[in-house]
Design a protein around this ligand. Structure first.
Ligand SMILES: [Zn+2]
Length: 581
């Protein structure tokens, strides 16, 4: 069986969609807030029976594969791999995109796994490691946490990791690709990246170690050192700890974001588990949208109070505006980070202080007030401009309106004035322009994508020429190419890339909305209607051409062949079965 079919039979779109939004049953369908645009009333719809989704708000839609491609930002073959892995289906080798790169990824993943074991052994079986353990104990990190987070230790040596892998015949070049060693061009040799550091493996969302962070045990700078980007790890591309916390986050619809793994681990150990760490101060939009996948409601940023931390928090608010997420900034008392705070005062106190966290908008305004003096009119105007440019990012007009009012109150400025500073936001991707298709096109599309038994004979007898000028033509053309090339019927996810957004949305909506079951006879009827339409249009065109030639008093032998063509068409048309229209 084709892998695609195998996945289709095993996977369930409802289950996959539930990763991205909370779905409620509504009649025979499930609805929820759309994960592709921000909205207050659910228009994202799943039809479990059809295994399709469609958003009546923004027009996004398709099948299981499109959903995963869009949400996880994957290509079709990557989505295939993602789903195959999830449902334990083995992919045949040839399906993979760039086998070489894939092999490199796999090798690095294996290597990372092996390095993990090495670091762990160092922690428990060496003298240096015992010192590291003592340090962890001193910071009240429990054995259970050390095991759960697979902490390890990198010896304070230039080549202990290199020699460990040399014994396993792993080339330093590959170790370099994995970010574990660094090349020194002067000495033309490699050395260990992590030296004398407690190792915190960085896990992917599925719980695989993909990189490492190291905290110095010997006051070496920097205090924290992370792996560089590698084929399996991209800085700012993941949220640390999601693999442990995503269920709780989804349940609470609320996520607390901290900076580093030590903050994360302290809070986690204290029992706070709707949590993730950005690993670095510069939060990326990728991370925010990952957070939003699990916590639709609320995001609480708890970064250090230093300049970088404050700037990052401001950026988080701004990204929150874009993603339609409520953002709060938790500021801990001077001199505290989440780690030290929770150790001193406990989880209760931490949760209590969340209640008093600053709403994002207020935080942004206060930030500006620190940079500009709001008592000076010119500077106040600058603050107003800055805030206006942030408010522009909010696409929900109700929210934006409320924020405008709040801003005016905070700043003591006129509402009309602030509104005039807010530029009209560029067109939102909501509601792709609708394309209306002819009823006969709709029937043919239903056949093509939903009634495989007839679809084959449809593609077999379809003359693409007759579709000329029809809005659905690109769909059939693409379908025909896929059929000819792969000897299989097209799926909605196949044609997506070839179509413009509004046409694709119309297709998705038709497949979702229509329960009409066309019969085999209808294929013939529909094809004839389309042919008839084509011939009639052609006849009209020819008449116009002839008229023009006659007006210009052209010679008869130019006109004659056209008249002949018209006669042919008329013959063809009259030979066609009569329809009562
Ligand atoms: Zn939508």
């Amino acid at each position: 069986m084709e892998v695609i079919d195998q996945i289709r039979q095993t996977a369930n779109i409802l289950e996959i969609a539930s990763q991205y939004t909370t779905l409620k049953r509504s009649g025979r369908r499930h609805v929820g807030l759309c994960p592709f645009h921000s909205e207050k009333t659910p228009s994202f719809t799943i039809d479990e029976e059809k295994q399709l989704f469609h958003c009546f708000g923004c027009g996004a839609g398709g099948d299981l594969f499109t959903l995963v491609m869009e949400k996880e930002n994957l290509s079709f073959s990557e989505a295939l791999r993602y789903l195959a892995q999830k449902y334990h289906i083995t992919l045949p080798e040839r399906k993979r995109l760039s086998p070489q790169y894939k092999r490199l990824e796999e090798n690095i993943l294996k290597l990372t796994e092996s390095a993990l074991a090495f670091f762990k052994k160092n922690l428990f079986n060496t003298g240096e490691g015992r010192k590291a353990l003592e340090y962890l104990k001193k910071r009240h990190i429990s054995d259970e946490i050390i095991q759960k987070f697979k902490l390890g230790y990198a010896l304070n040596s230039w080549d202990s990791l290199i020699s460990y892998f040399q014994r396993q015949k792993v080339s330093p070049k590959l170790l370099e690709k994995a970010g574990l060693v660094i090349y020194n061009p002067k000495k033309e040799s490699y050395y260990d990246r992590f030296r004398g550091r407690i190792i915190f493996p960085i896990f992917s969302e599925t719980g695989k170690a993909v990189a490492f962070g190291g905290r110095s045990l010997f006051d070496a700078e920097p205090k924290y050192l992370n792996s560089p980007d590698t084929p399996i790890y991209k800085k700012g591309g993941l949220l640390y700890g999601l693999n442990f916390c995503k269920e709780v986050i989804r349940e609470k619809q609320e996520i607390i974001l901290v900076e580093g793994y030590t903050d994360f681990i302290s809070l986690f150990q204290a029992g706070i588990k709707n949590l993730a760490a950005s690993l670095g101060t510069s939060l990326t939009s990728e991370q925010i949208s990952k957070a939003r996948n699990f916590a639709r409601k609320k995001m609480i940023i708890c970064f250090d109070a230093d300049t970088a931390g404050v700037k990052a928090a401001g950026r988080a608010v701004s990204l929150g505006f874009e993603e339609g997420m409520q953002t709060y900034i938790l500021r801990l008392p001077q001199g505290n980070d989440p780690d030290s705070f929770v150790r001193k005062f406990g989880a209760e106190a931490f949760l209590k202080s969340i209640e008093g966290s600053t709403p994002g908008l207020k935080f942004l305004i206060e930030m500006q007030k620190r940079d500009f003096n709001s008592d000076i009119p010119e500077e106040k105007a600058q603050i107003a401009n800055k805030i206006a440019s942030e408010l522009e990012k909010i696409s929900d007009l109700v929210v934006r309106d409320d924020y405008i009012k709040q801003t005016c109150e905070y700043l003591g400025i006129d509402e009309g004035d602030l509104r005039s500073r807010i530029k009209q936001k560029k067109k939102e991707p909501t509601v792709a322009g609708k394309i209306t298709l002819l009823p006969v096109e709709e029937i043919l599309l239903l056949i093509l994508f939903k009634h495989k038994a007839i679809a084959q004979s449809l593609l077999g007898s379809l003359n693409l020429q007759y579709l000329k000028g029809l809005r659905s033509e690109p769909i059939f053309r693409t379908a025909q190419i896929i059929y000819d090339k792969n000897k299989r019927l097209p799926e909605i996810s196949d044609v997506k890339r070839e179509l413009d957004k509004s046409l694709y949305s119309s297709l998705s909506e038709i497949l979702m909305e229509s329960d009409y079951v066309p019969s085999k006879e209808e294929v013939k009827d529909c094809l004839e209607i389309i042919k008839e339409r084509y011939l009639e249009n052609k006849r009209k065109e020819l008449r116009i051409q002839i008229d023009r030639l006659q007006r210009n008093k052209e010679e008869d032998d130019k006109i004659k062949p056209l008249l002949k063509q018209i006669a042919d068409i008329t013959n063809q048309l009259s030979a066609m079965p009569q329809r009562n229209q």
